[in-house]
Design a protein around this ligand. Structure first.
Ligand code: SF4
Length: 475
C-alpha cells in the first residue's frame, strides 16, 4: 500500500486530470460516483509516505474545527459557515454539479485521509469515541449539502434494504402514522392526514432509529419502525455510525500487525499526537522542575478547577481516594514533579498515616504512575474527555470535572468563592446546563485571565489549561 517516493503510484498519474481525462473520468465513476462515502472499502490506491501524513493532518484540521464548533454550540448556518471555511482550505470535496476537474483527486484525498485517521485513532476507546463523533458530524454536514439526485444514487449503492411502504400498507396503519406525525405536519404547515398521504414511509428494524424512538417520533410495532422520508437523515446517520464504530473496533484489533511496517508507525503516532496536542506524559523540563513545596501555590494560581478541587480536598482530608490520586498525581507529574518530589509531596500530605502504611499502600502506586513498577509504562495524565466521561465521583471521591460533576449549587458557590461575577456565573452555568463542560471551563479561563488577547482554544486537557495560564503570566 505504501510507496516511498512521490509520483510512482497509478493514481498519481490520474491526478494529472488535464493530461488523462478519459482515465480519470472512468476512475471517478467507478470509484467515487458521488462525493459521499461510507468508507467501506480501503482506498484502492498505492499511497506515498508524503501524501499519507499530509492528507491525515489536513483532515485532522477539519475534525478539530468540527469539534470546536460543536463545543461552542454552533448550529445551523453558523456551524456550516465555520466548517465550510476549513473544508475549503484543507479538504475540499465538490459535488458532481461543479464539474470541477479535481473531483477525483479531492475524493481520493478524502478517502485516504479518513483511513489514515481511522488507523491513528483506533488505539483507545477515548480516541475511537472522539473520531467517531467528529466523522459523524462531518458526514452529516456533507449529506445535508448533497443534491437530492446524488443522495439517492449514493443510498442506492449501499443496498440498505429499507423497505418502502406500498399505498395499501400505508393505508392499513394510516391512523397510527398520523398520531406520530403531528410534529412533522406542524413543521410542514399542513394537516397530519395530508402529510401522511403525501409522504413516503420506510419500514426498518426499530433498533436502527434510537434517536427517533427516544423522541417518540415514529410508529413502532412488532419490532419494526415506520420512518417518513423527511427523517431519512436519522437512518443514514445510524448506519454510518454503526458501520464506522464496528470498523474502528476491527482496525484496533488489526493494528499491531499493521504497525510491523516501520514506516507507518511513526506517522500514526505523530498524527495521534497532533490531536492530543502536546504530549503531557513526561516531566516537562522546560517549565522547570517543580518542587513538592511549590505545588500548592502553583496549583492554586494556574491549575483548572478540577485540580484545585483535588488539591484542596487533599489538604483538608490528608487523603485522596484512588481516582483522585490518579487524576491529580498524573497531572502533577506532567507539570514537572519528579518521582522523588512526588513521593515527598504525597508523604507530607498523607500526614495521618504511618511511614509503613504509606510505603505499603501508596508509594508503589506513585512509582507505578512514573513507569517504575509493574508493566513499567509511564502513564499519561488524563484529558478532559477522559475525566468527563470516566467514572463519576461518588460520596467521598473528589476526582472528576467540577463543570460536569458538581451540583449547580456547589458550582455556583465555588465560582462565587473564586471571585467570578454573577453575570459570568450565569453565563458559565448556562453552558453547563447545555452540557458544554469544556466550553464552560474555557469561559472560566477567559474570565479569570482577562490579560489574554488571543482567541482561547477550547480547553481539552487540564495540563493545557495550566500551561496556557503559566505562559500568560510569563509574557
Ligand atoms: S474541563 Fe477539563 S480542565 Fe476544565 S475542570 Fe473539567 S476536566 Fe478540568
Amino acid at each position: 500500500m505504501l510507496k516511498q517516493k512521490k509520483g510512482v503510484n497509478r493514481f498519481a498519474a490520474a491526478a494529472a486530470a488535464s493530461r488523462q481525462p478519459i482515465y480519470v473520468e472512468n476512475s471517478l465513476n467507478s470509484e467515487y460516483p458521488t462525493r459521499l462515502n461510507f468508507y467501506l472499502k480501503p482506498p484502492p490506491a498505492e499511497i506515498t509516505i508524503e501524501e499519507l501524513e499530509l492528507f491525515a493532518l489536513d483532515r485532522l484540521q477539519v475534525l478539530k474545527a468540527i469539534e470546536n464548533a460543536a463545543l461552542r454550540n454552533k448550529r445551523g448556518a453558523d456551524f456550516n459557515r465555520d466548517i465550510d471555511q476549513v473544508l475549503e482550505k484543507h479538504l475540499p470535496l465538490k459535488s458532481n454539479l461543479s464539474r470541477s476537474p479535481n473531483l477525483f483527486e479531492e475524493r481520493r484525498k478524502d478517502h485516504i485521509s479518513h483511513f489514515i485517521l481511522r488507523l491513528a485513532y483506533c488505539r483507545s476507546e477515548e480516541s475511537r469515541a472522539w473520531f467517531l463523533r467528529q466523522e459523524c458530524l462531518l458526514f452529516k454536514h456533507r449529506f445535508e449539502q448533497e443534491t437530492l439526485e446524488d443522495k439517492k444514487a449514493f443510498l442506492a449503492s449501499l443496498n440498505l434494504n429499507w423497505k418502502v411502504l406500498t399505498s395499501k400498507e400505508k393505508e392499513r396503519i394510516q391512523e397510527q402514522l398520523e398520531q406520530c406525525s403531528t410534529w412533522l405536519a406542524v413543521k410542514h404547515q399542513t394537516t397530519t392526514r395530508t402529510f401522511v398521504q403525501n409522504e413516503t414511509f420506510f419500514e426498518v428494524d426499530f433498533e436502527k432509529v434510537p434517536d427517533l424512538l427516544s423522541r417518540r417520533h415514529v410508529y413502532v410495532t412488532r419490532g419494526k419502525a415506520y420512518i417518513p422520508i423527511t427523517e431519512q437523515i436519522s437512518l443514514v446517520m445510524e448506519e454510518f455510525r454503526n458501520r464506522l464504530s464496528q470498523a474502528l473496533e476491527a482496525t484496533a484489533k488489526a493494528l499491531p500487525r499493521m504497525e510491523e511496517d516501520d514506516r507507518l508507525k511513526p506517522i500514526l503516532l505523530n498524527v495521534e499526537k497532533q490531536y492530543m496536542g502536546k504530549t503531557y506524559g513526561d516531566t516537562d523540563e522546560s517549565t522547570g522542575t517543580v518542587k513538592a513545596a511549590d505545588v500548592n501555590t502553583l496549583v492554586e494560581k494556574y491549575a483548572p478547577l478540577c485540580m484545585q478541587h483535588l488539591n484542596q480536598a487533599l489538604h483538608r482530608d490528608h487523603h485522596l481516594r484512588h481516582g483522585g490520586r490518579m487524576q491529580y498525581g498524573l497531572f502533577l507529574k506532567a507539570i514537572g514533579l519528579s518521582i522523588d518530589e512526588a513521593l515527598v509531596f504525597w508523604r507530607t500530605l498523607f500526614s495521618n498515616i504511618t511511614d509503613d502504611k504509606f510505603q505499603k499502600e501508596y508509594a508503589y502506586n506513585i512509582r507505578h504512575n512514573y513507569g517504575l513498577e509493574g508493566k513499567r509504562v509511564s502513564y499519561a495524565p488524563y484529558s478532559c474527555m477522559k475525566i468527563i466521561q470516566g467514572n463519576p465521583p461518588s460520596t467521598g471521591d473528589h476526582h472528576g470535572c467540577p463543570f460536569k460533576h458538581f451540583s449547580q449549587t456547589n458550582l455556583e458557590a465555588r465560582l462565587h468563592k473564586n471571585g467570578i461575577s454573577q453575570q459570568h456565573i450565569s453565563e458559565i452555568t448556562n453552558l453547563v446546563r447545555d452540557r458544554h463542560y469544556q466550553v464552560a471551563c474555557t469561559r472560566y479561563f477567559e474570565v479569570t485571565h482577562p490579560e489574554h488577547t488571543d482567541k482561547v482554544e477550547v480547553i481539552e486537557h487540564p495540563n493545557q489549561y495550566y500551561e496556557m495560564s503559566r505562559n500568560l503570566q510569563a509574557s
